[in-house]
Design a protein around this ligand. Structure first.
Ligand code: TA6
Length: 282
């Protein structure tokens, strides 16, 4: 099948299905510019999407790759993880070639966003699908006349068979804020991170590529522009408290997020900022 892009409905949401070389597939919803599925040519689904996710726009969809902007988690007065997750985005460009399919979605400020946050802005999210990888690039354009400061993330939910069996490499030596343990700052000394309890860590200035070792769902993870990496798993109790996750949801997901999670990034009037996350099936 040749690479291409088609408009579909996915759980009632307007979405695009990208087909890449070898039958790779990705689905991105116009709500939130949220990637909701990524399948490699071997047919394996690589992203976690909760079977209890809400698709009616009343809450962000639990899973896939939510775009968090202009606030990461509760680091400010805005709704948690900002306000673009439930916003309608529109298709700006779409194209495909022999070995890729690519789509750019965009959204901008309006009365609703300015009531919460006084800044004119335009966001573009570009998804590029190739045989064994996806690239997501977020562009933040300051279309106003004053500087704009933001935090945020590409909050990727990676699917794993059993989170207790995975190891994440590449964060040794980084300091992290441990939100599951009173926000203390800790230096990572392990070569591999194992998930054995609730884990909610923002690793600062984490610039090396990461490797999620997870049997037949192993993934290489790289980022640019985003300074920080967030690693999140709610574990048993937090998972039980989240209505849009099944009781065993925690076991099948590990969020590895390209983030601006420590200090806000400032974009000058008329300027643009770019951040990218690449996921490669290995
Ligand atoms: O990125 C980690 C985190 O901020 C966690 O603290 C956790 O609550 C998660 O994101 C999910 O946030 P959400 O608003 O989607 O429930």
């Amino acid at each position: 099948m040749k690479p291409g892009i088609e408009a579909i409905q996915f759980h009632g949401l307007d979405a695009l299905r990208l087909t890449g070389p070898g039958g790779a597939q990705a689905i991105i919803a116009l709500q939130g510019a949220q990637v909701l599925s990524w399948r490699t040519p071997d047919g394996r689904e690589r992203l976690y999407l909760s079977e209890q996710a809400v698709f009616d726009g009343s809450a962000p969809v639990r899973g896939g790759i939510p775009v968090c902007f202009p606030q990461f988690t509760a680091l400010g007065p805005l709704p948690r993880h900002g306000f673009v997750r439930t916003r309608p985005w529109r298709v700006a460009t779409q194209r495909s070639g022999e070995d890729y399919a690519l789509v750019t979605l965009e959204t901008a400020d309006d009365d609703t966003t300015r009531a919460l946050w006084p800044h004119p802005f335009r966001l573009e999210l570009t998804l590029m699908l190739e045989a064994d990888r996806i690239d997501l690039e977020l562009c933040v354009a300051n279309t106003g006349e004053a500087p704009l400061a933001f935090t945020g993330a590409l909050h990727a939910y990676l699917r794993v068979v059993q989170v207790e069996d995975v190891a994440l490499e590449g964060l040794r030596g980084c300091d992290y804020r441990d939100a599951a343990n009173g926000d203390r700052i800790v230096r990572e000394t392990g070569t591999e991170i194992l998930v054995e309890a609730e884990t909610d860590r923002a690793y600062f200035n984490a610039q090396r590529p990461l490797l999620l070792k997870a049997a037949n769902l192993s993934t290489g993870i790289a980022q640019a522009g985003f300074p920080d990496v967030v690693v999140w798993n709610p574990w048993v109790e937090k998972c039980a408290a989240l209505a849009d996750l099944p009781a065993d949801g925690w076991r099948h997901l590990l969020c590895v997020e390209a983030a601006v999670a420590r200090a806000p990034v400032t974009v000058a009037p008329g300027e643009e900022w770019y951040g990218r996350q690449t996921l490669v099936a290995v």
